[in-house]
Every structure is written in structure tokens, then in C-alpha cells.
Write a protein that binds this ligand. Structure first.
Ligand code: ADP
Ligand code: ZN
Length: 733
């Protein structure tokens, strides 16, 4: 909801939050024209001019002569009070300084810039003497894909797959005009009636219940829980339509940029226009355009990565978090926020709605729905004629396999049948590279990273060894670094590349594609590959978890989960939950069109509760059991955790700080917080830095942040020592 902001006249004292790394507000005089609370401004700071946000009236007692005046106003439209509150609340929740959250709001270069660029526009008609060729027709058709603001020659050449000379030759004919256009133009208006698809009975029921919630003028959080292929997207697109009809804006968060391409096409099909996009793959000038237009209400739908949560919406009405359980919503550096949780917070501050969509919700969300905090709507059937795949267990204890083979005879038979029927097969293995470990046969030495305490992983396509912690690569050594014996290395265990090698031998006639994040340089190249596969240009797809996230392959009927036990081995709090989600999602890739599909789990533990829950379709029972386990251990979401990570060049320095903190654990204990540690982190060294962990635990009702903040503020960090506070940690490594 758009709100009016307080105004400060010439010379009034205001507090300004700057982007500078000092954890406090500074007082300035309002400029001669005055300024609104929430305005983005430039202020003198020492000898420099820096960006700031007018936070509110200042009550500081400083000598007036010492107070500097705001230099200029960068963006006249003030940000909404809900966003300012959001900045403060995110900072408090994550125990981060305000400026670091403010930086997330202003991640645009040159906010005030008014650039123009040359654009070609189509007049809509071709002159009678115009000679039409197939290349020229493609050029004209490409304008359908633009939002009406025109295209550059290079964009047009790429879309139409023609050379720029073809386009240049069309300009004199008069059907294309070339114009200087401002870069920051409004996004084309959404047409909510563009192509309303008929909904299934199941979908229509949920849409009508959702509508009632959307009609209420109050914040609401909704879990949209629907089995894979049930058509959750179509349901929340109707919610978006309703919000837009009400004059408000909608934000959709996706867990993976590679999915935005497919998703924006679906939005275009429904609403006639492409949405604004916000993620690391867009250009600086497009970022600025999104940022400005969002603030003016001239971008009605934004699709983005987690950082889109910090955009200055004029009137936000709905946030959708797709695949809400996905762990990539947790930011892993800087401000360690969980975008799913912060989406709920922002929606509540903006008096907006939030829809969390998933086939396999996180236990946190499942529990919030159970306790009545969130409303829950279910889609239990697949859309149209497609049905959920059968899930079968292959008991690996009864299969005959050599130690360097991973495709069991039973799975092989299923794959043969599918390929003979011209159907596609997906083999899922959540391990990038060729083999997770490389050993020297002579001495048993494991090749490790020089900078981390981890194994180097062989990537045979790139002919390199790679560290999955720090990204360092090196060539396969010629002699063993330990015993100096030459060329006697053995790969141990499978990665997707090794599985592909086995598949090529086992199914020599089949065409095989490997999908793994390290094999695609850009979201674009991955999108092209996914489209190629959707058209049926691959018999066997071998992939990591990249493949679990929402791609539709209509001909895919067999999913083989090569090693479902893999995720169950860890001691991670969420090992069972994550494995359940991943296998359920991957299995759900099978049988998405009218051909029925099946998923096969090759397990050595057929009686494991996770494996049983998946194969028997007992999702609700799984969550209930998982909830009981967590509740009895008072683990999240039935207890609270904060992780502390200390790192330093020397392990003594990291330990010293950890011990110092432990000594003042009293203030924690009196606030009801238990301290564990310090202890060496499970991965003790990353990028050459030694790591020590502490873990804080408290009951669900305890607010830990302010205590933790004052506890850590008692110690001084020596030069090279770093301390990170991770509220609601997802990773304990
Ligand atoms: P989910 O996200 O729940 O796994 P999707 O939204 O991807 O499911 O829908 C599954 C498939 O069904 C997609 O191919 C989608 O285009 C199709 N679909 C869903 N709802 C409709 C509808 N109302 N009309 C036509 N096709 C639909
Ligand atoms: Zn490394």
C-alpha cells in the first residue's frame, strides 16, 4: 500500500543512513528545496560524496555550524516506509549493521543517470514495394518478443538469427525506424485478461479460496502445497492477476536463475508481456530501469532472485516464493538472510500477501501451516491426463554389480524399455565431476586442495581437478605428491561424468546429455540445452540437483535415482528433510505428459524411513515423524539456533577468540541460551583460513539477537580474524 512520507523543509535536521561501513546514523541539514523521509540522497562524508537514505528527524544535539547539508537528491520518490522498516528489521534479525542491508537496496549503479540509446522500432506495416524474405520476416517477428520499447541491432540480430547487415538494409525501406530512446522506460502494462486458461477443478477450488484471502485487507501468509505437476504456477498466476487488477505490484522469487527463461515465457503467455527481471544475469542499465520503474509502479510484475526482495516497490501486494523449501534461498555471504523468511517479513510490513509454493515444503513452513499461522491450500492431483509416477525400490543388496558400476541390471532393463519406446530417461546423481576422490594406488594418498581441507574432485571434461569449496583447479599431477610414484591414480566413487561414461558403454546407441552447473557458462546456454532436451534431442539425461528444479521434459518417463542414500549419510540436522525433498522433486520429473512415468530408487537401505515415505507416498507421515524428532531435540523449527563462525590465517588466533567468547557465556545463559563449542569446523580450512565454530541454542520463544549482539561486541577482533553470525543456519560445515 502506497503511503505518504514526512517532509523536511530547508535546514531542518535529519538523520541519514549512508552506505559507508560505520554502524550509525549521521545528522545533516535538509537541502534548500527540502526533502522527504525515505529520499535517496548524496551527502558529504569526510572528503567524499556518498549515497544515503533520509531516515527521519534528528534529535542529536550538535553545534549547528558543524552540521553539513545534504548535497543533492538522487531519487525524488522516497522509498516506502515499509521498506525502511524492512531494512531495520532485516538488520536486527540477521544481527547485521544497517548500512549493509541498505547496500542491498541500492545495488544499482548511477541511480540518477538518464541515459539514452539507439533503438529500432517496427512501424507495424510493410510498404507495398518491400521485398519480403524469410530472414526479413524473422526480423519483423522478433518485435513480438520486445516489450514495445524497441530493440538494438545486435539484440534483433540475435533474436532473428540474421546478420546485422540484413537489418541495416531494411531501414531505408521505412518499415523500421531508428530512434534515440531513454533507457529507463516503463514496462509494458500487464493484461490480466490476455489468455485466461481454463483451470482444473482442483485448481479452480484453490483459486477461489485464495481469492477470498486476497480480498482481505490484511497481511496473510499462504502455503500452496501441490504435488509435482499439479499446476501450482497456473494457480498463483491467477493470484497475481487479482493483485494487479487491484492496482498493486507482484514479486515472484525463483531459486535458480536458469529457470527464469522458462518462467518468463509462461508469464508472457498468460499476461501478454514479459515481466521485469532482477538477478545477476541482467545488465547494469537494465538493473537501473527495473529499480526506477518498480518505484514508480511501472513494473507490475518482477521475477527475480532473492535480492529482488530489497527493491523499492511503490505498492507491493503479493510476493510468491516458488519452491520455497529450496536451500539456495539462504544467502551465504554478507547479510546472511533467508529470502523465504524475509519475504514473509516484508509482506507483513507492506500489509501484503505472501504465497509459499512447493511440493515438498520446508519443515518450518509445514509447521507454520499446521499451527495455523499460515493458511494452507493443497493440490493433490496432477493437471490434465498426467498422473504421478510409480515409485519403486531397487534393493541394491540383491543386484550384481562390479565396484566401478552404478547402473543396476534391474534399472538397465527399465532404461532399455524406455529407449525402445522413444521415451527419455533421467539418471540423477548429486555429485558434480568424474569422481569425488582421487587416490594414489601406491600409498593411499588422497589428492586434496592446497588451500582447503577437502578432496580435489576430478572433472574429466575440463581435464582438471577442482575444489568444490574454493573453486581452485589444478591439472592432474603426474606423480603422487606424497610417494612420488608416477601415474598410479585411481578414481574412487561416481560423479555424473563417470556415470555418463558407464551409460555410454551400457547403452551405446543412446544419445546422452550431462546437466551439471559447472558445464554451463551462462544461464542462457543452460536454457538452450534444456530446450533442446525438451524437444526430445536426448535419450538419457544425467544430472545433479540442477535438474530437480522445475524443468518440464514431456517425453521423460523413467527416472533413476542412482544413489538416494548419499544425502542420508551426513549428520546434518536437515539431512532427512533435504533428501526427502530432493528425491521427491527428482522423481516428479517423470511422466509429466500423458505417458505414465516411474522412478526407481537404487538403495541399500530400503527400510530407511525417508526411502519408505517416498516409495509409499506417505508425505504427511514423513513430516509428522520428522517434526516429532526435531521437537524432542528442541531443534528448529521447535527451537532456535545461531551459528558463529570464526576464521583466521592461524588456527590459534581463531581458537583464542572462540575461547574468549566462551568465557563470557554467562550473559548467554542468563538469557536462556546454551553455548556449544568452540570446536574446529567440520571443514577446518577453506581458502587458507582456519575455521572454528560455536553454536547457540535456545527455546523457540527466545529472542536471541540482541543478547548475541552484545555478547560478541565484548571481544575485539585482531586484524586478520573474522567473525560471522549466522541466525537460523542452514550449513554447519
Ligand atoms: P507444478 O509447478 O505444480 O509442478 P506446473 O505449474 O509446472 O506444475 O504445471 C504442470 C504442467 O501442467 C505444465 O506443463 C503446465 O503448463 C500445465 N498446466 C497446469 N495448469 C494448467 C492449466 N490450467 N491449463 C493448461 N495447462 C496447465
Ligand atoms: Zn579449495
Amino acid at each position: 500500500m502506497k503511503q505518504d512520507q514526512e517532509f523536511f523543509a530547508d535546514g531542518m535536521l535529519v538523520e541519514v543512513l549512508t552506505t559507508q561501513p560505520v554502524d550509525r546514523l549521521f545528522t545533516y541539514k535538509a537541502p534548500s528545496a527540502g526533502c522527504f523521509k525515505g529520499a535517496i540522497v548524496l551527502v558529504p562524508f569526510g572528503k567524499r560524496i556518498v549515497m544515503g537514505l533520509v531516515w527521519g528527524a534528528s534529535t542529536e544535539k550538535i553545534e549547528p555550524k558543524k552540521i553539513k547539508t545534504i548535497d543533492s537528491i538522487l531519487e525524488h520518490r522516497p522509498i516506502q516506509p515499509e521498506l525502511q522498516n524492512f531494512i531495520r528489521r532485516v538488520a536486527d534479525y540477521t544481527v547485521s549493521p544497517l548500512y549493509s542491508v541498505f547496500r542491498l537496496v541500492t545495488r544499482v549503479r548511477d541511480i540518477a543517470a538518464q541515459e539514452t540509446h539507439k533503438r529500432l522500432l517496427f512501424r507495424g506495416k510493410v510498404p507495398s514495394q518491400f521485398k519480403m524474405t524469410s530472414a526479413r520476416a524473422r526480423v519483423l517477428e522478433s518485435f513480438d518478443q520486445s516489450d514495445g520499447t524497441g530493440l538494438s541491432i545486435s539484440e534483433l540480430a540475435k533474436l532473428a538469427k540474421v546478420s546485422p547487415s540484413v537489418i541495416n538494409a531494411m531501414i531505408p525501406s521505412g518499415c523500421l525506424i531508428s530512434k534515440m530512446q531513454p533507457k529507463d522506460l516503463p514496462y509494458a502494462a500487464v493484461d490480466t485478461t490476455h489468455s485466461k486458461r481454463p483451470l482444473s477443478e482442483d485448481q479452480a477450488r484453490v483459486v477461489s479460496e485464495l481469492s477470498k484471502v486476497l480480498d482481505q485487507n490484511a497481511h496473510s501468509s499462504i502455503l500452496l502445497c501441490g504435488v509435482t505437476g499439479s499446476g501450482k504456477t497456473a494457480v498463483y498466476l491467477e493470484a497475481i492477476a487479482k493483485v494487479i487488477d487491484g492496482g498493486l505490484q507482484a514479486l515472484v522469487l525463483l531459486p535458480e536463475i536458469a529457470l527464469t527463461g522458462e518462467f518468463t515465457e509462461r508469464l508472457k503467455a498468460r499476461f501478454g508481456v514479459y515481466p521485469a527481471e532482477w538477478h545477476s544475469g541482467i545488465s547494469q542499465s537494465e538493473r537501473r530501469r527495473v529499480w526506477k520503474m518498480v518505484g514508480r509502479g511501472q513494473a507490475q510484475i518482477v521475477v527475480g532472485a532473492r535480492s529482488a526482495l530489497f527493491l523499492p516497490f511503490e505498492s507491493l501486494g503479493l510476493i510468491v516464493v516458488d519452491e520455497e523449501h529450496d536451500s539456495s534461498y539462504k544467502q551465504q555471504d554478507g547479510v546472511l538472510y533467508n529470502a523465504r523468511d524475509m519475504a514473509v517479513l516484508r509482506a507483513s510490513l507492506a500489509n501484503a500477501k505472501v504465497i509459499l509454493a512447493s511440493a515438498t515444503p520446508s519443515l518450518e513452513t509445514w509447521n507454520n501451516a499446521k499451527s495455523g499461522k499460515y493458511k494452507r491450500f493443497n493440490l493433490t492431483k496432477r493437471y490434465g491426463s498426467s498422473v504421478l509416477p510409480d515409485i519403486e525400490i531397487i534393493d541394491m543388496r540383491n543386484e550384481e554389480l562390479r565396484s566401478d558400476q552404478w547402473i543396476s541390471p534391474t534399472l538397465k532393463t527399465k532404461i532399455d524399455v524406455a529407449i525402445n519406446n522413444s521415451e527419455q530417461v533421467l539418471l540423477f546423481l548429486n555429485r558434480r565431476g568424474y569422481a569425488p576422490v582421487t587416490l594414489c594406488r601406491s600409498c593411499g594418498e588422497r589428492i586434496g586442495c592446497d588451500f582447503c581441507d577437502t578432496a580435489m574432485i576430478e572433472h574429466r571434461f575440463q581435464k582438471r581437478l577442482m575444489c568444490h569449496q574454493c573453486g581452485e583447479t589444478k591439472a592432474m599431477p603426474i606423480t603422487c605428491p606424497n610417494c612420488k610414484v608416477m601415474g598410479n591414480f585411481a578414481p574412487i566413487g561416481p560423479g555424473v561424468e563417470r556415470l555418463a561414461e558407464e551409460a555410454a558403454k551400457t547403452f551405446p546407441e543412446a544419445s546422452i546429455t550431462v546437466l551439471s552447473s559447472d558445464l554451463y557458462k551462462s544461464a542462457r546456454s543452460l536454457k538452450d540445452e534444456l530446450e533442446r532436451i525438451s524437444r526430445g534431442n536426448s535419450d538419457i539425461i544425467i544430472g545433479t540437483q540442477l535438474i530437480a528444479k522445475g524443468h518440464n521434459f514431456p517425453d521423460l518417463t523413467v527416472v533413476g535415482v542412482v544413489d538416494p542414500d548419499l544425502g542420508l549419510q551426513g549428520s546434518d540436522l536437515r539431512a532427512a528433510e533435504r533428501t526427502f525433498q530432493l528425491i521427491r522433486q527428482v522423481s516428479g520429473r517423470a511422466g509429466r505428459s500423458d505417458k505414465k512415468g516411474a522412478a526407481y530408487l537404487q538403495t541399500y537401505q530400503p527400510l530407511h524411513p525417508v526411502i519408505k515415505a517416498i516409495s509409499e507416498g506417505q508425505d504427511e507421515q514423513f513430516w509428522i515423524a520428522e517434526a516429532e524428532g526435531r521437537a524432542s531435540a528442541k531443534m528448529p523449527p521447535y527451537g532456535r539456533l545461531v551459528g558463529i563462525l570464526i576464521s583466521a590465517q592461524k588456527s590459534e588466533d581463531a581458537f583464542e577468540l572462540g575461547l574468549q567468547l566462551a568465557k563470557s557465556a554467562k550473559i548467554l545463559n542468563s538469557a536462556g541460551i546454551t553455548l556449544y563449542g568452540p570446536a574446529p569446523a567440520p571443514i577446518t580450512r577453506v581458502r587458507g583460513r582456519y575455521r572454528v565454530r560455536l553454536l547457540l541454542k535456545a527455546d523457540k520463544g527466545t529472542s536471541m539477537q540482541s543478547t548475541v549482539k552484545s555478547w560478541v561486541s565484548r571481544v575485539n577482533l585482531k586484524n586478520d580474524v573474522r567473525l560471522t553470525i549466522d541466525v537460523d543456519p542452514q550449513s554447519f560445515l
